[in-house]
Design a protein around this ligand. Structure first.
Ligand code: 16G
Ligand code: ZN
Length: 540
């Protein structure tokens, strides 16, 4: 009763804006920041409920809107293993966020606690962080307002301004009972990555400096910290690191800009730095969980090395290490598999299939990829947009730890595989960790960006946004590759696809914007343009 009355007075400070319907989507709640204080307050309440339900395991809360424009913000919850919030709890988040009044909030909170068998007297533990958005501090106030209701029985860790993957890591490390995952701090994470990077690099390097576009976001801070540990092997040159400049975040730069525009950020184009011999660059997004690479072919032509290119290169590298470790045949064989979405370029899927790497296709959104990747001994997952990581199953780790090598080469391969499992974030994709991974593979192969790029040629592709009266009319099946509704539409799309060489196209409702997305690929650019516009016309 005391709890509910302090909940009431705290909640009164953060009324729900009228006429807005909130929904916990693929990446939590995300919208204009000024609509979000009540949502953050309520998301924090749910985080406390979840922690109490899980015997006080630490739950993470991240305030970020990733690659969205600066006026947006968002909130998402992180489960104890460092993964996205369990899907069955998303509806509870949505229910709390949409309560119209304090009274209905209190009753929904009470009902939820009862339904979910939460003992409110249990301890709870919350870890939170935010990105660099100017709206962050006000939302953190709302979050603290909710936490203050549970005083005494609540352990709180404030990570202040940091990247999304750092928060996921700290949550996972905090809950790791064995204490072997790493120190549960940002420094602990940087040290763990740097250590593994050094093992993998051995006597290689120093490498040519890497240009890193930080999207004018929080990745700039993470990059600077990481740089201190590894600069002697991999010199890093930050670009677009103006975190204090109003309006700069994700504007004309960052991974999303580069991937959607398939072009250099104007600031990088005009600087001419990529015309230097062997120059390569990468872009992070606004919370540093997406990464794409690029370079100029013959110092002129922009060439994108996206999530698919990363996945293919990394999967083949790991497979080769497994071969060297003599772990691809027999009873103790370990399998590396890849998980993609329908957006993966057809050429990447074909490349992996042709080399015997199993590929699974799942719906868009990290949570689907992550879970599918857990079914492989070593699961490589990347969305084409640069979200991704590589998961080593617990039994794979113990198999590697207990393997008996019969030669120095085998021993070396095993050591490198274990170091990879430490370098790569096991909780969620991290642009900084993925960047080190790419650099390690390039260094081992003795490749620059052009050699990496030469593996396969992307099919020309096009992604269009179509505004429709009701995007929920569009229902998908077969991992979003086909429409089940509206009836008959898929047949028309199939007809359009048949008209072009090597055509592929699909339509899905966006999980983050009020529109449907049309993807098309085909053998030539003119064919892909016509396919994309034909399918868009069918959808309108
Ligand atoms: C979210 C997803 C991202 C996905 C994107 C698709 C997470 C953490 N993020 O940002 O993986 O690519 O949505 O957006 O899952 P869309 O549904 O608007 O196409
Ligand atoms: Zn992001």
């Amino acid at each position: 009763a005391e709890l509910l009355s302090s909940l009431g007075s705290a909640a009164d400070k953060y009324p729900k804006p009228e006429g807005v319907v909130f929904s916990y989507g693929t990446a939590g709640f995300r919208t204009l920041a000024n609509r979000l204080p009540s949502v953050v307050f309520r998301a924090a309440l749910l985080a406390v409920l979840r922690s109490k339900r899980l015997e006080g395991a630490a739950i993470g809360i991240m305030i970020t809107a990733s690659h969205n424009p600066e006026p947006d913000n968002g909130v998402k919850l992180v489960d104890p293993a460092g993964e996205m919030l369990d899907q069955s709890w998303e509806a509870h988040a949505t229910a709390l966020a949409n309560c119209p009044s304090t009274d209905s909030l209190i009753s929904t909170f009470t009902t939820l606690a009862a339904h979910l068998h939460v003992d409110l007297s249990k301890p709870a533990s919350i870890i939170y962080a935010r990105d660099t958005r100017p709206s962050g501090p006000a939302l953190i106030e709302a979050l603290r307002g909710a936490l203050s209701v549970f005083k005494g029985n609540l352990k709180v860790v404030d990570l202040d301004v940091t990247t999304t993957p750092v928060l996921h890591y700290v949550v996972k490390a905090t809950n790791d009972k064995s204490g072997t995952y790493g120190a549960p701090t940002e420094d602990g994470y940087m040290e763990k990555m740097a250590e593994a990077f050094k093992v993998l690099m051995g006597s290689r390097g120093p490498l040519q400096p890497l240009f890193v576009d930080c999207a004018n976001g929080v990745g700039a801070l993470g990059l600077a910290k990481l740089s201190k540990h590894i600069a002697s092997t991999l010199p890093l040159t930050p670009l677009n690191d103006a975190i204090g400049t109003a309006g700069a975040l994700n504007s004309q730069c960052g991974a999303d800009f580069v991937k959607t525009k398939q072009a250099l950020p104007p600031s990088i184009a005009s600087s001419g730095i990529l015309a230097q011999d062997g120059a390569r660059a990468c872009s992070l997004d606004g919370d540093a969980d997406r990464l794409v690479y690029y370079y100029l072919q013959d110092k002129k032509k922009f060439r994108l090395l996206d999530g698919d290119k990363i996945a293919v290169m990394v999967a083949m590298f790991i497979r080769d290490l497994l071969k060297k470790a003599k772990l691809v045949e027999g009873d103790d064989a370990l399998e590396v598999g890849a998980v993609q979405t329908a957006y993966a370029n057809g050429s990447s899927t074909k490349y992996l299939n042709a080399r015997g790497v199993p590929v699974r296709c799942v719906p868009t959104g990290v949570k689907y990829l992550h879970h599918a990747a857990q079914n492989f001994d070593i699961g490589v997952y990347f969305e084409a947009n640069g979200h991704g990581t590589v998961l080593f199953s617990p039994s794979t780790i113990s198999a590697l730890q207990s393997a008996t090598p019969h030669s120095p080469d085998e021993a070396n391969a095993i050591k490198n595989l274990l170091a990879l499992s430490n370098l790569i974030n096991q909780a969620v994709g991290d642009a900084l960790s993925d960047m080190l991974l790419v650099e390690v593979v390039l260094a081992h192969r003795g490749w620059g960006a052009p050699e990496w790029d030469a593996g396969y040629e992307d099919l020309p592709n096009r992604l269009l946004k179509v505004e429709v009266p009701d995007r929920m009319m569009f229902q998908t099946t077969d991992a979003e590759r086909k429409l089940s509704h509206p009836a008959g539409l898929q047949d028309l799309i199939d007809d359009a696809v048949r008209k072009v060489d090597m055509g592929r196209s699909f339509v899905r409702p966006s999980g983050t914007e009020d529109c449907v997305r049309v993807y098309a690929e085909a053998k030539t650019s003119p064919e892909v343009e016509s396919l994309a516009s034909n399918v868009s016309d069918l959808v309108k």
